[in-house]
Design a binder for this molecule. Structure first.
Ligand code: FE
Ligand code: FE
Ligand code: MG
Length: 159
């Protein structure tokens, strides 16, 4: 990264890179959990739920893109192996072994709640210290809050 661009970052850059890479791991696993969930979904409101899961999958992939751009700009390297994604994740991976739409929604709501918590912490870490990362994380957090709401609404439509 450019010398001055790095100098204006007021937090420990290695610590920040570690947090960004952990969030990056979460995004890839969320992407896959949504994507494969969308493929196998069955039961009530299958078409609507599968469509929403696929939309979220694409948005999680965008988040991974936004994080990796910041990681590289800060002089880091995004995690390079699937093994590292599983090792570094905060929120884990919940395989959609039960493809029932209601179960899928509940699993993914849990994932979104973990994501919201993760980005809340990242936002606190960079607040007033790194406005560029702050803006990126805030944008992602807004999406995660919307994701949670979308899934909770679908779940309540079912009961
Ligand atoms: Fe995300
Ligand atoms: Fe999300
Ligand atoms: Mg949505």
């Amino acid at each position: 990264m450019g010398t001055k661009g790095k100098a204006i970052v007021g937090v420990d850059v290695d610590k920040l890179l570690n947090m960004l890479n952990k969030a990056y791991a979460d995004e890839w696993l969320a992407y896959y959990q949504y994507w494969v969930g969308s493929q196998v979904a069955c039961g009530r409101m299958r078409g609507i739920v599968a469509g929403e899961l696929m939309e979220h999958a694409n948005e999680e992939l965008q988040h991974a893109q936004m994080l990796t751009e910041r990681i590289i700009t800060l002089g880091g390297t995004p995690l390079l192996t699937p093994q590292d994604l599983l090792k570094e994740t905060n929120c884990g991976y919940d395989a959609p072994k039960d493809p029932n739409t209601k179960t899928l929604l509940k699993q993914n709501i849990k994932g979104e709640q973990c994501a919201i918590e993760t980005y809340r912490k990242l936002l606190d870490f960079v607040k007033d210290k790194d406005p560029i990362t702050y803006r990126i994380v805030l944008e992602i957090l807004e999406d995660e809050v919307e994701h949670e709401e979308d899934l909770e609404s679908l779940l309540s439509d079912m009961s």
